[in-house]
Design a protein around this ligand. Structure first.
Ligand code: DAH
Length: 366
């Protein structure tokens, strides 16, 4: 095809890049029609070439320009088609919808962190594989103390060792590894790590060899610790009252402090919260009935001394509380074992939306 009109018409009509390229090769390729015409220039008489040269060059340029133009038109059309077919509407809800929820234990931990942050408490943590010095000895639970057995401890078959120089157990102490039976060793680790004043909570996993509807071998506790000068039971009571009010979202809260015994506090108290069971459902508030929610007390001077602090200068209070139990009371679950079964139906029912971030202003866990 050497008629310029036909060629330009074929270029303009090429429906896609492949057809256009075939037209290009047929015209401008090594064996193309326009290339063949160009080759005839050499054999022409000079006066004919003078006229035919510019004409054929112009033809080649026109064809080249037309191919360029068609190619960019086809490219633009292809891009438009792709943009139209790949368009997504970002305002549509995510498909197939949100999967997964926040576990009630995580939700309660976030609520605790939020409430106590407002009171100036930082969040601290410690290892779940502990040694018996941090878990027991430093907390005034010596080797022979019955509380060691009371705790139904999971001891490690191997590991442990002998303490060397440094903060913590005296040099030469034989250490046995275990799964921590409570979050109280975080009190010790925090006091060894940072100078007072201290205000921390330590939520985390704890382990005891126990299993029934209200006990699982792994469970969660939150520890609280305040160390400063001149701390007394009044500070403890106010802090716990403020916490319980914020957590259960009720203003009418009565706390009952019952004398108790923990080796690491003196005096020690168990704290009950007033509640009622109207129509079989629990509501927090009033003083009709009592629910035990936590253990606490003034940090024993021996515990303060074990962490290298002078108990005449520094005092404090501590508390420890089961997080799973708090979740059960607040959100109405009855069997603790279901918490750790990983049953998706349970999680869908009791779980929280990822966007339900607890805030004091928005209501913790509302
Ligand atoms: N560690 C105790 C337990 O697991 C709970 C506890 C009681 C913690 C009194 C404390 C406390 O900090 O002061 O049973």
């Amino acid at each position: 095809m050497t008629d310029p009109t036909d060629l330009l018409a074929a270029i303009a009509a090429a429906p896609d890049l492949a057809t256009l390229d075939a037209v290009r090769v047929a015209a401008l390729g090594k064996a193309g029609s326009v290339t063949a015409l160009m080759k005839t220039l050499g054999a022409m008489a000079p006066d004919v070439r003078l006229i035919e040269g510019p004409r054929l060059n112009a033809l080649r340029e026109t064809v080249t320009a037309a191919i360029h133009q068609r190619k960019s038109d086809l490219d633009a059309a292809a891009l438009d088609a792709r943009l139209a077919s790949e368009r997504i509407d970002l305002t549509l809800p995510v498909s197939p919808g949100p999967a997964g929820t926040i576990h009630p234990v995580s939700q309660v931990m976030d609520e605790l962190a939020e409430i106590f942050a407002d009171l100036g408490f930082a969040v601290a943590d410690g290892p779940e594989i502990e040694d018996d010095w941090h878990n027991f000895t430093a907390l005034n639970i010596p080797e022979t103390h019955p509380a060691r057995a009371m705790h139904d401890t999971f001891y490690m078959a191997q590991g442990g060792g002998v303490a060397d120089e440094g903060a913590g157990p005296p040099r030469g102490t034989v250490l046995r590894h275990l799964l921590r039976t409570h979050t109280s060793p975080v009190q010790i680790r925090t006091m060894l790590k940072q100078p007072p004043p201290i205000r921390i909570i330590a939520p985390g996993r704890t382990y005891r060899s126990d299993s029934d509807a209200t006990h699982t071998p792994m469970f969660h506790q939150v520890e609280g610790l305040v160390i400063d000068r001149g701390i007394h039971m009044g500070h403890l009571k106010w802090t716990l009252e403020t916490f319980v009010k914020a957590f259960f979202e009720v203003d009418d809260v009565t706390l009952r402090l019952r004398p108790s015994y923990f080796p690491f506090t003196e005096p020690s108290v168990e704290v009950d919260v007033g509640c009622s069971w109207a129509g079989g459902t629990l509501s927090i508030g009033g003083a009709e009935s009592w629910l035990e929610i936590l253990g606490s007390g003034m940090v024993h001077p021996r515990v303060i001394a074990a962490c290298g602090l002078d108990p005449d200068e520094w005092q404090g209070f501590a508390f420890g509380c089961g997080i799973d139990r708090l979740a059960m009371l607040k959100y109405g679950m009855t069997d603790l074992r279901a918490f750790f079964d990983g049953d998706a139906r349970w999680l869908r029912h009791y779980g929280f939306k990822a966007t339900d971030v607890p805030t004091l202003s928005g209501g913790v866990g509302a």
